[in-house]
Design a protein around this ligand. Structure first.
Ligand code: SF4
Length: 290
């Protein structure tokens, strides 16, 4: 199997077979994102992609329970590609229980309801979407490409097709200036998107990214760690999804938390209050990752 460049996947796909069907991200503008800056976006040759699926199937087909289709916004692939890929995965991995991919709100909203339903029928059952914020000013500043309403619409359309949604938020994305609006908006967006999974990452300003340049020129400042934990507290206490698995287990976070929202809200808020009071140790800076 061939992989081009660095491969990224969500923490919950650590045990998945990763199939690289696109190279890079078709959007590639988010100011904080360093993942695919070195890759010029392209759809991988379908014959190559399918050959990878066959090779993986021959090597460990029965053992695969999850397939994650990379790179950054693989949902952008057209239906023809997806039909071939999902069909090949079904043959190669008969025991696979789910196929997932990263998706932007644009990717979802550009597909018709029928296309989304077809993808679900063929096995694509989970979309990881990263609105990062719920504040429309912050959406613009981080160049996310979609706003609050477009993310709500994308989640609605994914759900209508029978897919699950994992929504990812980024502590610190609003900077010190929009910290309150960023957190309150994220909580509101979680309520409106009503995802099955919610996770939060913590912004790390990576040298060379647009946000690093904004920081260097004084136009962006990352909130202090305690303030980002307060953002998380607002998100957890104000978000009201129906029933979502909640995780902050990404390496970028200062405090790994897990539970369900809203069921475990009080317990999680209490841990955050203890951390804010200095009674729970935070992950040391040197142990954090991107
Ligand atoms: S959509 Fe995702 S992968 Fe693409 S630039 Fe934005 S954060 Fe990076």
């Amino acid at each position: 199997m061939l992989y081009e460049g660095q491969i990224y996947r969500p923490p919950s796909e650590a045990d998945a077979y990763i199939l690289q069907a696109t190279i890079g991200c078709s959007w590639n503008h988010c100011t904080y994102c360093d993942m695919y800056r070195d890759k010029s976006f392209r759809v991988r040759d379908l014959r190559e992609t399918l050959a990878d699926v066959r090779t993986a199937g021959e090597a460990f087909g029965d053992k695969v329970r999850k397939v994650f289709v990379a790179d950054g916004d693989a949902l952008v692939l057209d239906l023809e590609h997806w039909e071939a890929i999902l069909g090949a995965c079904r043959q190669a991995f008969p025991k696979a229980q789910r196929v997932s991919a990263y998706a932007t709100a644009m990717n979802v909203n550009e597909k018709s309801a029928e296309e989304l339903r077809r993808l679900r029928e063929l096995g694509l059952s989970l979309l990881y979407m990263g609105p990062e914020t719920g504040d429309d000013v912050t959406f613009k500043r981080i160049a996310k490409g979609s706003n609050f309403d477009e993310h709500v619409e994308a989640a609605r359309r994914a759900h209508e097709a029978g897919m699950k949604v994992s929504a990812i938020f980024l502590l610190g994305a609003g900077g010190t200036e929009r910290t309150e609006e960023h957190a309150a908006g994220a909580a509101k967006l979680i309520t409106e998107m009503d995802p099955e999974f919610v996770s939060a990452l913590t912004l790390t300003v990576v040298p060379g990214t647009p946000i690093a340049k904004l920081q260097a020129s004084g136009r962006f400042s990352l909130p202090p760690v305690t303030r980002m934990l307060e953002e998380l507290r607002t998100i957890v206490s104000d978000a009201a999804p129906t029933d979502a698995v909640f995780r902050t287990n990404h390496a970028s976070n200062y405090l790994p938390l897990a539970g369900r929202l809203p069921a475990d809200r009080d317990r999680i808020v209490s841990v955050l209050d203890q951390a804010l009071a200095g009674k729970v140790p935070l992950r040391p800076e040197r142990s954090r990752g991107l």
